[in-house]
Design a protein around this ligand. Structure first.
Ligand code: GLP
Length: 243
């Protein structure tokens, strides 16, 4: 794992956005894996700004998002489909038909199977963006998720529900289940970038980097990935062992 530490959040987001822009320019038909949550938000803003100012072309790009809440349809204001359309896709020239977010309604088992097949058909994800939950989850792969999982339905932990309650009216209205790419799906990405900032993420970052590779800390599996870079601010990096 490579680690880059930034003094402030703004320069961190600029650097991640630039990496994505450079990757799209190098391979216009790139397959991107994308994430939701607050962590990637300003990265997406920077990508939109670059598109407006420099015209970076997304017309051939294909995207796959990590996850979606079960029970929320794409028009729900807290669905990840809605989040992606409003935070990124609508600001780029990417045809929405080339953007994939697993559906949280309908036959979810079929959704999981189709999602894996669709990713495989593209030749696989070239560049995957990740955030990390305070409990070390990636996507919605909660602690205890087997490392060999592919896209599947998962029950959210209380910590995740409480953590995401800020986006809903109350913790009770947060869906209890989600569909998520599995850990093996994520590990199959050729290149992975994980963003974390703020002191709330420091313990998870320490455990994923310095701790043992264990299913109780899902992100620790990234120690075994051949091309993963962590983009951290100083607060998120504060508990790391010095090199
Ligand atoms: C959700 C998402 C994750 C994300 C995590 C962290 O649970 N499913 O993909 O990494 O939140 O959220 P945030 O970036 O808001 O801290």
């Amino acid at each position: 794992m490579q680690i880059q530490i930034f003094q402030d959040k703004e320069s961190l987001h600029r650097a991640v956005a630039q990496m994505f822009v450079d990757a799209v320019k190098a391979k216009p038909s790139i397959v991107l894996g994308l994430a939701t949550g607050s962590s990637p938000l300003e990265t997406y803003e920077n990508m939109i700004k670059d598109h407006q100012e420099n015209g970076t072309d997304y017309s051939e790009v294909v995207t796959f998002n990590l996850d979606e809440y079960i029970g929320l349809d794409g028009s729900h204001s807290q669905s990840y489909r809605h989040f992606m359309n409003t935070s990124l896709f609508n600001g780029l020239n990417i045809p929405l038909g080339q953007t994939n977010v697993p559906s949280g309604t309908g036959d979810v088992d079929k959704t999981c199977e189709d999602y894996e097949a669709k990713i495989a058909n593209t030749g696989g994800i070239d560049l995957q963006l990740l955030g990390i939950g305070t409990n070390g989850h990636i996507g919605f792969n909660e602690p205890g998720t087997p490392f060999d999982t592919r896209t599947h339905v998962t029950e959210l932990t209380k910590e995740t529900i409480d953590g995401n309650a800020r986006f809903f009216e109350s913790a009770e209205s947060v869906p209890k289940k989600a569909v998520t790419m599995g850990i093996q799906t994520i590990m199959d990405a050729k290149k992975i970038v994980l963003i974390a900032y703020g002191s709330k993420k420091a313990a998870a970052i320490r455990d994923m980097v310095n701790g043992p590779i264990t299913e109780s800390m899902p992100a620790s599996i990234l120690q075994d990935h051949s091309d993963t870079t962590l983009f951290l601010d100083e607060e998120a990096a504060a508990l790391l062992k010095p090199e």
